[in-house]
Design a protein around this ligand. Structure first.
Ligand SMILES: Cc1cc2nc3c(=O)[nH]c(=O)nc-3n(C[C@H](O)[C@H](O)[C@H](O)COP(=O)(O)OP(=O)(O)OC[C@H]3O[C@@H](n4cnc5c(N)ncnc54)[C@H](O)[C@@H]3O)c2cc1C
Length: 301
């Protein structure tokens, strides 16, 4: 369809501000990524539904992102409509031991609110900077626990923008994966079952987890956390380090000298730099250990 018609239709039918050619590096923790052809951050559920329906009608691709902390957006950017789920859908409601959180709520905020109410189940998530939607899609986790341990159900939109409720089994969780990863679902809200706990003990656990993170994770440069999944029974960081990749640089992207499973942006790194490093790391680890590393970060564009 004609570009002018697409732009005019999106602008006239959405109440949310439409950004054209929005630099995606502003929306990723790696601070990398070309432009989104069209970009919106829906102000509520109705606007989000409209985005899905309009992308269908206009036959343009739809890409949904959360807080952008697990994303590598290509330098060529993203065609079609990019929808960021954030402040418009960031409600958190707590009723006894049940927490209902919008997909745009941030995991550390939810963890703190749960702790303040003396609810256990989220201490592992302190310090993971993702949104609830992104955490559900990725089955985010740490220290042997993950979001799949506490989730009961999720409200999602299907490809026609219709609301559906999925139970935990339907979401097909695995290690840093879910059946929702390959679309077409858009996570709108998640419901969690927590156990009553001791507020001080939960806080102490969160402080301890945060301190552990500070000790092992690189600080100061933009990054997206772990780049690769840990292979069964091993640690990707250990293999990458033993394969001699620590500190390796391509352009302004560098395998962290602190934690080999992290790639940091030293300033002005491109997606191409990061992808080249990824290829080198994969090649060296395969050659030395015969292990095929799998990406944990999601590549968009
Ligand atoms: C410093 C740092 C530390 C980290 N530590 C950890 C850790 O310990 N454990 C861990 O698991 N991860 C960790 N991460 C990675 C990241 O924070 C998690 O994967 C997080 O769950 C991603 O959430 P997000 O909102 O940023 O998702 P995004 O990066 O925006 O998106 C991730 C994927 O989910 C999709 N998506 C996002 N929201 C929705 C939605 N509402 N509906 C449908 N699809 C959606 C996107 O299309 C994309 O495929 C870390 C990252 C950083 C930068």
């Amino acid at each position: 369809m004609n570009k002018t018609v697409v732009q005019h239709t999106l602008q006239s039918k959405l109440n949310t501000k439409l950004l054209i050619g929005e630099p995606m590096h502003k929306h990723t923790s790696w601070r990398i990524g070309g432009e989104a052809e069209y970009f919106v951050e829906p102000t509520d559920l109705t606007e989000l539904q409209k985005c899905i329906v309009l992308a269908n009608e206009l036959q343009i691709p739809l890409t949904v992102i959360g807080n952008g902390t697990n994303l590598l957006v290509l330098d060529s950017g993203i065609q079609g409509l990019v929808v960021k789920i954030g402040r418009g859908l960031d409600h958190i409601k707590i009723d006894k031991t049940t927490i209902t959180a919008g997909a745009g709520a941030l995991l550390p905020v939810l963890a703190r609110r749960a702790m303040e109410k003396g609810l256990a189940g989220f201490a592992w998530s302190a310090g993971i900077p993702g949104s609830i939607g992104g955490a559900v899609i990725m089955n985010a986790g740490a220290y042997g626990a993950s979001i799949s341990d506490v989730i009961q159900a999720a409200l999602v939109l299907d490809q026609d923008g219709q609301l559906r409720r999925l139970n935990k089994e339907q979401m097909g969780f695995g290690y840093r994966t879910s059946a929702l990863q390959n679309g077409p679902w858009v996570v709108v809200e998640a419901v969690f079952n927590c156990l009553p706990g001791d507020k001080e003990a939960i806080k102490a656990q969160m402080d301890e987890n945060n301190a552990k993170r500070k000790a092992v994770q690189p600080q100061g440069y933009p990054n997206a956390g772990s780049v690769f999944k840990n292979p069964p029974g091993d640690s990707a960081g250990r293999l990458i380090e033993l394969a001699g990749c620590k500190g390796l640089k391509v352009g302004n992207a560098q395998v962290s000298t602190h934690h080999a499973n992290w790639i940091v942006n030293l300033g002005g790194a491109t997606a191409r730099d990061v992808l080249s490093l990824i290829d080198i790391i994969k090649g060296r680890v395969k050659e030395k250990f015969d292990v095929a590393l799998q990406l944990e970060v999601r590549v968009l564009g």
